[in-house]
Design a protein around this ligand. Sequence first.
Ligand code: ATP
Length: 324
Amino acid sequence: QFASMRESTYGNHWNGGSLYNFTGLLGRGAFATVYRIQTKKEGDLYAAKELDKRRFIKNGVLDLKFDSELNIMKNLKHPNIVNYIDCHNYQHWIYILMEFVPYGELAQQLRNRGAIPEADVQQIAKQILHALDYLHRRNITHRDIKPDNILIASLNPLIVKLSDFGLSKCVTDQETFLKTFCGTLLYCAPEVYPDYGNYTQGSGPKRRRGLGEAASKPPPSPYDQSVDMWSFGAVIFHLLCGKPPVTGRGDDRGAQMLNNIMTKEVDFEPLRQEGISEAAVDFIARLLNRNPASRPKEAECLQHPWLRDVPDNCNYDDVEEPLA
Ligand code: ATP
């Protein structure tokens, strides 16, 4: 039944060749469809991300960034990062084979159940910090830390994995860019916004752009790994109280969010109203610092009173040191 649905919806795509069977649809994102696949021989499960390569073509050739992102993913091995296994080309499709992560996204948990208990968030925070430390020590910035990109690998003990490395930023069509930009806005550090300078130089915004115009301009560069630390803080805020630190409403949601993040201090009351500890509030406040240079790094976060006595659910003994 699944096979026929797939064929009627997508035509004759890769069918797993002699090695894999497609056994389910895991979900669709803005630029990819992800299937569950199973090895024919051992029955091992994997996830296959299907991308249309035509969307990564710039000036008639496949964007080199795309290849380099795949190479980055291939070389990462960490208990809290989704493991990349292999890659298959089929006509204009590419299939990125990854470790299968069975319990879905943290974003889904937030939608279904609202805030997550503080003890669980402490565990999640610790694991994401380990993953970020691993990436940042290799000079890799994730740039899209959000609950949608944190997958749950195990419920007891709780283990999460960071997914979705920079491929989304290789998409060349504007529509997809805007869609992903809007979702990401909630967790995005202020300095990433295209017109950040207009807000920081002088008393207030000189010009206010709508989201479309702002998003169509590339962000200033270089902006460094501290953008991940802001996003990480924003995600922890959201997990603890069920609301992101910055919001906007109605049709003008994107522009409002943008304005709020540029001009308003983050309000920590929603955390206190949920009975969240002061240690957690202090931890997040340090991360949601407008000055990127003042945001703590991973090692400092792991030593913060909110986390330092939390036991590790994962074994990091085999994690390799980066090459010098
Ligand atoms: P986005 O829309 O955020 O840019 P995308 O288009 O790359 O992302 P994803 O959100 O990564 O698509 O994936 C689509 C769905 O597949 C999501 O619901 C996600 O939970 C699921 N998924 C992705 N990777 C895996 C995996 N390794 N194991 C299990 N499910 C996965």
